[in-house]
Ligand binder design. Structure first.
Ligand code: NAD
Ligand code: DAU
Length: 355
């Protein structure tokens, strides 16, 4: 038995593959296009493991996916592959529509053909798990209740609109064709191997070089933070015990304002790698993200009550683990910050005038 993971060379996908194999899971076929966000160095520790089979390819290449499915006959597909960065979706939405919408459509079609070809016992056991985001629900005011699985969709960025579209396709393939799908909508992840375009690793990398820490707008936006290892465990739980056709919200019980996150990071870094005067004075308020969602919050009672999953890490313990990982992996950071990364930083930050 095998499982097919898409996007398993990215941040969450690679963490998932490593967790899955170390927990004794079945062999993994890992399909990843290796965009700027995909990095085989994330998988270095399993490069010689015969249970990990990496294939460079595009989820939108339906014939290639069909051939992979026919060869490996996976019992499940765990779908991480996506364009994932909101700021990039504002600069260039085309890739988001292509991968997140068209790519998911083609993957679903290939999965449907594979599923229909399976003998009845295997058909019943087959699962397509779609990894999605809390951003599909839009934005909350300070006192609004957290997003539940029945909150109406109201995506506000090209990224979240493309993820919302993919969620609807996944839902429809279950409702219309009976494909046994599961969808998880998760809050902000952080942890090892996160590409330093996202808030936490970007701030760590800048702080260590004494560069400004660019906080968008007033820094009062709220996100819920989930340590990536907890997310991987939630996905394993939903895959094992989730009910086909159901949606599960996944959160870290850690709502924080962005400025609070940056300050916590500065203070934790000061304890590990002291800097004269500390790191907080590097904070620089810069022009806001267009259409910036003010607050996300997750009501994760369904996955807790039905499947018994809750996050293990607090924000403080997860942040400390993350900082220690980035400090111990300076070479990984240097490698991913060369080339394309530099062009992105110029594009996103140079025209952001300080507030
Ligand atoms: P990431 O950007 O770090 O990695 C995405 C991976 O997908 C990369 O390895 C990339 O090469 C691959 N990929 C992109 N286009 C592809 C294509 N057409 N075919 C095959 N592979 C392709 O993303 P991430 O942060 O690890 O997010 C993984 C998934 O989780 C995404 O679906 C994202 O929407 C979702 N998600 C992320 C977060 C978060 O905080 N990072 C939170 C909730 C949900
Ligand atoms: O909520 C889940 C989502 O979390 C995922 O679906 C996305 O794939 C993931 O990228 C993440 O989206 P965000 O936009 O919330 O994450 P990001 O790390 O880009 O930003 C977090 C917050 O920090 C957000 O309010 C914007 C702010 N920010 C971000 C950057 C990169 C800054 O203030 N300065 C920055 O330089």
């Amino acid at each position: 038995m095998t499982i097919l993971v898409t996007g398993g060379a990215g941040f969450i996908g690679a963490n998932f593959v490593l967790d899955w194999l170390s927990a004794g899971g079945e062999p993994v076929v890992n399909l990843d296009k290796l965009t700027y966000a995909g990095n085989l160095a994330n998988l270095a520790s399993v490069s010689a493991d015969p249970r990990h089979h990496f294939v460079q390819g595009d989820i939108a290449d339906q014939a290639a996916v069909e051939s992979l499915l026919a060869t490996h006959r996976p019992r499940a597909i765990v779908h991480f592959a996506a364009e994932s960065h909101v700021d990039r979706s504002i600069h260039g939405p085309g890739d988001f529509i292509q991968t997140n919408v068209v790519g998911t459509f083609r993957l679903l079609e290939a999965a449907r053909g594979h599923w229909q070809s399976l003998p009845s016992g295997e058909r019943e056991a087959f699962r397509f798990l779609h990894v999605s985001t809390d951003e599909v629900y839009g934005t909350l005011a300070e006192t609004d209740p957290a997003f539940s699985e029945s909150t109406a969709y109201a995506p506000n960025s090209p990224y979240s609109a493309s993820k919302a579209a993919s969620d609807h396709l996944v839902r429809a393939w279950h409702h219309t064709y009976g494909l046994p799908v599961l969808t998880t909508n998760c809050s902000n992840n952080y942890g090892p191997f996160q590409f330093p375009e996202k808030l936490i690793p970007l701030m760590i990398a800048n702080a260590l070089e004494g560069k400004p820490l660019p906080v968008y707008g007033d820094g009062g936006q709220v996100r819920d933070w989930l340590f990536v290892g907890d997310h991987c465990e939630a996905i394993r739980t939903v895959l094992a015990r989730g009910r086909p056709g159901e949606v599960y919200n996944v959160g870290g019980n850690a709502e924080k304002r962005n400025l609070e996150v940056v300050h916590a990071l500065c203070d934790a870094l000061q304890a590990l790698r002291p800097r004269d005067g500390g790191y907080r004075d590097l904070v620089a308020f810069v022009a806001d993200r267009p259409g910036h969602d003010r607050r996300y919050a997750i009501d994760a009672r369904k996955i807790r009550d039905e499947l018994g999953w809750s996050p293990r890490e607090s924000f403080a313990s997860g942040l400390a683990r993350t900082l220690r990982w980035y400090l111990a992996n300076a070479e990984w950071v240097a490698q991913v910050r060369s080339g394309e990364y530099r062009r992105w930083i110029e594009r996103n930050y140079e025209k952001r005038v300080p507030r």
